[in-house]
Design a protein around this ligand. Structure first.
Ligand SMILES: O=C(O)CCC(=O)C(=O)O
Ligand SMILES: [Fe+2]
Length: 373
C-alpha cells in the first residue's frame, strides 16, 4: 500500500502571514501557526443567560418603567444584554447574506480582499482581522462595510455580484438603525438624561457592519476567534444563530460564556456610552481595583472575546454604531452627570478616537482608558 500523504503539521508563520484563515483551516494543518497561539483561559460559567430585555415591554407605556430598570441593571452589571421581541424580520436575511458570501469560491471572495493593515480609510473589505495593536492573530476572516450614513457607504466595495447581498445588508441596516436609535433613547432615560441625549450628542447616525467567519480550528484551546477587547462603539448589536456558545464576556474578572436566546440580538455597551456616563464614578475610580468600581454601578464597555471550535464554523454579523465622524461633533461626559464629580474623560471627536482605536498598540480596555483626563 502506498504511504499516505502526511498533512503538514507545523505551519511556517512567514509563509502564511497574511493568508486567509479559511485557507489555513482548509489546508489540513493539525496545529495553529505560532502567530495564533495564546493562552485561552477557560470560561468560569458555561451558558449563563445574560439579561434579557423585552422590546415589547419597553414600547408599552404600562411596562416601560420596569423594563428600563432591568436595562439599567443590565448596563451596570453586565454591559451586555439580549433583546427579544425586536420585531426585525431582517435578521434572517443578514445571516443568509453573510453565509452566501463566505460560501463563495475563494477566488471570487478575493476580489474584495483588502490590503493588510487598518486605518479609518482602510477598514472595509474582506480578509484577516489584525489590528496593529495585536501581536497575536485571531482565528477569523471578516468582511467589513460602512453602512451609515449614506455618504460614507462605498457601494463599489460591496460584493454586488451576490444578488441578495445588497438587499440583505441594506434592509438589516435600515431596521437596525431604528432599533439602535430607540435603544439609545432608552439608555439615556436610564441615566436620567433627556431621551434624545445620546442621539443628539452623537450627531448623524453612523454604523459599520463586520461579518465574522470563524472556520473550524485544529487547536481551539490555543487560539481565539476574537481576542479580548471592548468595542469602540456607542452600542454594538450582534446577530448570530449558530446555537453555539462562542461569545464570552468578562464578569467580575471571569470569562462567562453567553447562551443566546434564539432570535434575539445581543447588545453591548461600547466605549462611547462608557465615556458619556463614566464620569459619575470618577471619585470612586481605583484603577487597580477596576471590578470593585464596576460593582459600584457604572455603565461600562465590557471586555469580550469569541472562542472557536474544531467541529464547526460560525458566523456572526456585528453592527458597530458610533457617533458621526464629522470634526464638529464632539463627544464628552454628559454635563448633567458632572454635577457632583468632575468629568473623567476628555472631549474628543470620533474620528480621532477611531484612528487611535485602529492604530495604537493598546489591547483590551487600554483604548478607552486613553481618554481619561
Ligand atoms: O462573534 C462574536 O461572538 C464576537 C465578535 C466581536 O466581538 C466583534 O466583532 O467585535
Ligand atoms: Fe466586539
Amino acid at each position: 500500500m502506498a504511504p499516505q500523504a502526511q498533512a503538514p503539521c507545523m505551519v511556517d508563520d512567514q509563509e502564511y502571514e497574511n493568508e486567509l484563515v479559511q485557507v489555513l483551516a482548509e489546508s489540513g494543518i493539525k496545529q495553529v501557526p505560532p502567530s495564533f497561539v495564546q493562552t485561552v483561559e477557560d470560561a468560569a460559567n458555561q451558558g449563563d443567560l445574560i439579561p434579557v430585555i423585552d422590546m415589547a415591554a419597553l414600547r408599552a407605556d404600562s411596562r416601560r418603567e420596569l423594563e428600563l430598570a432591568k436595562l439599567a441593571s443590565a448596563c451596570q452589571e453586565w454591559g451586555f444584554f439580549q433583546v427579544i421581541n425586536h420585531g426585525m424580520a431582517s435578521t434572517r436575511s443578514i445571516l443568509k447574506s453573510a453565509r452566501d458570501f463566505f460560501e463563495l469560491p475563494l477566488e471570487m471572495k478575493r476580489t474584495w480582499q483588502k490590503v493588510p493593515g487598518q486605518s479609518v480609510s482602510n477598514i472595509e473589505g474582506y480578509g484577516r482581522y489584525n489590528t496593529s495593536s495585536q501581536t497575536i492573530s485571531d482565528w477569523v476572516d471578516v468582511l467589513v462595510v460602512y453602512t451609515e450614513p449614506p455618504s460614507c457607504k462605498n457601494i463599489d466595495k460591496w460584493p454586488l455580484q451576490l444578488r441578495s447581498f445588497r438587499e440583505g445588508i441594506e434592509s438589516y441596516s435600515d431596521d437596525l438603525k431604528e432599533l439602535v436609535l430607540e435603544m439609545n433613547c432608552a439608555i439615556s432615560d436610564t441615566l436620567g438624561l433627556s431621551g434624545d441625549y445620546i442621539n443628539k450628542m452623537c450627531g448623524e447616525y453612523s454604523s459599520a457592519l463586520r461579518i465574522n467567519f470563524y472556520p473550524p480550528c485544529p487547536e481551539p484551546d490555543k487560539a481565539l476567534g476574537v481576542s479580548p477587547h471592548s468595542d469602540g462603539s456607542t452600542i454594538t448589536v450582534l446577530c448570530e444563530d449558530s446555537g453555539h456558545e462562542a461569545l464570552q464576556v468578562r464578569k467580575n474578572g471571569d470569562w462567562v460564556s453567553v447562551k443566546v436566546v434564539p432570535n434575539s440580538l445581543i447588545v453591548n455597551i461600547g466605549d462611547i456610552v462608557q465615556v458619556l456616563n463614566f464620569l459619575i464614578f470618577k471619585a470612586l475610580i481605583v484603577r487597580e481595583n477596576f471590578f470593585q468600581v464596576i460593582s459600584n454601578g457604572k455603565y461600562k464597555s465590557v471586555e469580550h472575546r469569541a472562542v472557536v471550535s474544531s467541529e464547526h464554523d460560525r458566523i456572526s454579523a456585528v453592527m458597530f454604531n458610533y457617533p458621526s465622524m464629522n470634526s464638529h461633533v464632539e463627544i464628552f461626559p454628559a454635563p448633567p452627570l458632572c454635577k457632583d464629580h468632575p468629568a473623567l474623560y476628555k472631549s474628543f471627536t470620533y474620528y480621532e478616537y477611531l484612528s487611535f482605536y485602529l492604530n495604537q498598540k493598546a489591547p483590551g480596555k487600554a483604548r478607552v482608558d486613553s481618554l481619561l483626563i
